[in-house]
Write a protein that binds this ligand. Structure first.
Ligand SMILES: O=C(O)CCC(=O)C(=O)O
Length: 349
C-alpha cells in the first residue's frame, strides 16, 4: 500500500513516491478514462482573432463570440494585446515560485479558503473526500493596491511582474465584457455596470508529474463560479472540456488565452450562454502550470438575468442573489459535476 501523505504540499510528496497515495485515488466510476478522451484538433474549441475588435472586424468578431458562448462556453483568443514577453515572465515567475525550497513556499500556506492570499493544495481540504493532484497559489488582484502587500516577496520580482500582468488582463477582460454584452444585444456597458465594484482573483496551479495519472485528477470536472475566466497554460496538455457528453482535450496553442463563460455569465444571459464543465488531468512525466484569472462581481453585487433577455418564451431562469451567497455555496459543497447553478433556479423555470 502506498504511504499516507505526510507533507502539506503535494510537490514535496510527489517527487518521492512511485504510487499515488490512497487519499488521491478516485473510486473506479469516477476516474478520467484517459483512453476515451477525444484528441485535441483544430475544432476542439473555436479560436477567435481579436485584431480589429473595435475596428474593421467588429461585427464578425461579435458574431464569433456569440456563437462560441452559446455552443461551446469556451473559446481561445489570439491578438489579445498582452505582450508575449509579459506572458513568458508570468510563467517563469510561477515556475520559480513552485521550485522554491519547501520552507520558503510554506510561508504562504493556509487551508482557510476565506484568506485573500494563500498557497494550498488540492481544492478544499476541509470539505473534500478525495484529494486532487495539484498545489495552487491563490491571489486577489483587484483593486491591486489592496492586495499586493500580502503577496509573496520571493521570487523578488513577484509583486511587480504579477501586478503588471493582472492590470493588463483586466483591460482585456473589460474589452471582452463589452463585446459579450453587445453579442447578447445589451448595451456595451451593461455587464460591467452590474458587477458592483468588480473583483479579480488569480490562481497559479502547479500539477506535479504523477506516477498513476489514470487514478486521479489535477482538478475534477467543474464549472467556474465566477463571471469569466481567462486561462493561460504552459505547453503541457491537461485541460479537457465536456462537449456533447464527451471529454475533449484542449491542447495549448502558443500566445493564446482560453476564455470560458462562468456561472454568473450564464445567469446574466438567462441561460443563453453556457458555463461548461471542464477538468485538468495530469501525466507521468512532466509538471504542468496553468494560470487562470477569475473575473467576478464583488461580493455584494446583485446577480440576476438581464431584464432585456427575459420574455414570454424565455422567462427568468434564476432568482436574484448576491455573489457572496453563490460563492459560499460553491466552496462549501466541493467540486462536483452537478452545477451549483441549479440551486438558484426558479422552480417553475
Ligand atoms: O489547469 C487547467 O487547465 C484548468 C484550471 C481550472 O479549471 C481552475 O483552476 O479552475
Amino acid at each position: 500500500m502506498a504511504p499516507a501523505a505526510t507533507k502539506l504540499l503535494l510537490a514535496d510528496l510527489a517527487s518521492s513516491i512511485s504510487r499515488v497515495p490512497n487519499n488521491y485515488i478516485r473510486p473506479e466510476a469516477d476516474r478520467p478514462n484517459l483512453t476515451e478522451v477525444k484528441a485535441s484538433d483544430a475544432s476542439s474549441i473555436p479560436l477567435i482573432d481579436l485584431q480589429g475588435l473595435f475596428g474593421p472586424n467588429h461585427d464578425d468578431i461579435i458574431r464569433q463570440i456569440s456563437q462560441a458562448c452559446q455552443q461551446d462556453g469556451f473559446f481561445q483568443i489570439k491578438n489579445h494585446g498582452i505582450p508575449e514577453e509579459m506572458v513568458q515572465a508570468i510563467m517563469n515567475i510561477a515556475r520559480e515560485f513552485f521550485r522554491l525550497p519547501e520552507s520558503e513556499r510554506l510561508k504562504n500556506y493556509s487551508d482557510d479558503p476565506s484568506k485573500s492570499t494563500r498557497l494550498s493544495t488540492s481544492f478544499n481540504l476541509k470539505t473534500e473526500k478525495v484529494s486532487n493532484w495539484r498545489d495552487f497559489l491563490r491571489l486577489h488582484c483587484y483593486p491591486l493596491e489592496e492586495y499586493t502587500h500580502e503577496w509573496p516577496t520571493n521570487p523578488p520580482s513577484f509583486r511587480k511582474e504579477v501586478g503588471e500582468y493582472c492590470t493588463r488582463v483586466r483591460e482585456l477582460v473589460l474589452k471582452l465584457l463589452e463585446a459579450i454584452s453587445e453579442s447578447l444585444g445589451l448595451e456595451r456597458e451593461y455587464i460591467s455596470r452590474n458587477l458592483g465594484r468588480h473583483g479579480q482573483h488569480m490562481a497559479m496551479n502547479y500539477y506535479p508529474p504523477c506516477p498513476q495519472p489514470e487514478l486521479t485528477y489535477g482538478l475534477p470536472g467543474h464549472t467556474d463560479p465566477n463571471l469569466i475566466t481567462i486561462l493561460l497554460q504552459d505547453d503541457v496538455p491537461g485541460l479537457q472540456v465536456l462537449r456533447d457528453g464527451k471529454w475533449v482535450a484542449v491542447n495549448p496553442i502558443p500566445n493564446t488565452f482560453i476564455v470560458n463563460i462562468g456561472d454568473q455569465m450564464q445567469v446574466i444571459s438567462n441561460d443563453k450562454y453556457k458555463s461548461v464543465l471542464h477538468r485538468a488531468v495530469v501525466n507521468c512525466n512532466t509538471e504542468r502550470i496553468s494560470i487562470p484569472t477569475f473575473y467576478c462581481p464583488s461580493p455584494e453585487a446583485l446577480i440576476q438575468p438581464a431584464p432585456g433577455l427575459i420574455d414570454h418564451e424565455q422567462p427568468a431562469v434564476y432568482r436574484s442573489f448576491t455573489y457572496e451567497e453563490y460563492y459560499h455555496k460553491f466552496w462549501n459543497r466541493g467540486l462536483r459535476t452537478e452545477c451549483c447553478l441549479d440551486m438558484f433556479k426558479i422552480p417553475s423555470a
